[in-house]
Design a protein around this ligand. Structure first.
Ligand code: PEP
Length: 243
């Protein structure tokens, strides 16, 4: 089986108690389902900063950040640096999620700065791209994706060190998944415009019911999952590809 990278994105959900409860059930369910989870699946949770320390105790489940600063240290009130994340064994960071682009004014330029900071610090950036419903309906998907790729990944030379998440904005948290054909078509376009060795995730209402079909697509190497990653039983089902 090809290598798959499946990451849950918890957004601003779960306090420390709720995180501990998730991990307790997850650890038990993981042992119960271990033989159904392929060794070629890499998995983790992008949790709020304040709870990342709780993932330290679990060697299988990677701790992933949802954002970080493009600066190394200094007078940047409210920011979190790469070295602070590395203290907590964080190995990946989600960058340019559409919610950060929409509500916190992140641009391709800031995503590009953060991508280079992550690469410099040895943290794998998961760079999100995706079109809005309006752009999708106007047939502009590939034009938008190309612009985001060019801006967010400017001067990136080694694509084997990054993950690109294709997340159509109209599919995030809406229950509307892109069909496997649409997702494959856009992910193939992303690979052609980056490099053969880049890891490409699909995200947008991925669930136990549709994960297998999506992961079977040639150019889809994993998933970035919001809602369906919040319950341990459901997250396990994503990892077993619903077996
Ligand atoms: C996401 O948060 O990146 C996401 C894809 O959310 P959902 O799976 O809930 O659509």
């Amino acid at each position: 089986m090809k290598k798959l990278t499946i990451i849950g994105n918890w957004k601003m959900n779960k306090n420390s108690q709720e995180t501990k409860e998730f991990l307790d059930v997850f650890n038990t369910e993981y042992l119960n389902n271990k033989e159904k989870i392929s060794d070629s699946i890499v998995f983790g949770i992008a949790a709020p900063f304040t709870n990342l320390y709780l993932f330290n105790k679990n060697d299988k489940l990677k701790s992933v950040a949802q954002n970080f600063s493009n600066f190394s240290s200094g007078a940047y009130t409210g920011e979190i640096s790469a070295s602070m994340l590395k203290d907590l064994n964080v190995s990946m960071v989600v960058l340019g999620h559409s919610e950060r682009r929409q509500y916190f004014y992140e641009t391709d330029e800031t995503v590009n700065l953060k991508t280079h900071q992550a690469l410099k610090e040895g943290i794998t950036p998961i760079v999100c791209v995706g079109e809005t419903l309006e752009e999708y309906e106007a047939g502009k998907t590939k034009e938008v994706i190309l612009k985001q790729l060019k801006g967010s990944l400017k001067d990136v030379n080694d694509f084997s060190k990054i993950i690109i998440a294709y997340e159509p904005v109209w599919a995030i948290g809406t229950g509307k998944t892109a069909t496997a054909e649409i997702a494959q078509d856009v992910c193939e376009f992303i690979r052609k415009n980056t490099a053969a060795n880049v890891t490409i995730q699909y995200g947008g209402s991925v669930s136990p019911a549709n994960i297998q079909e999506l992961m079977n697509q040639k150019d889809i190497d994993g998933a970035l999952v919001g809602g369906a990653s919040l319950k341990p039983e459901s997250f396990i089902k994503l990892l077993t590809l619903n077996k």
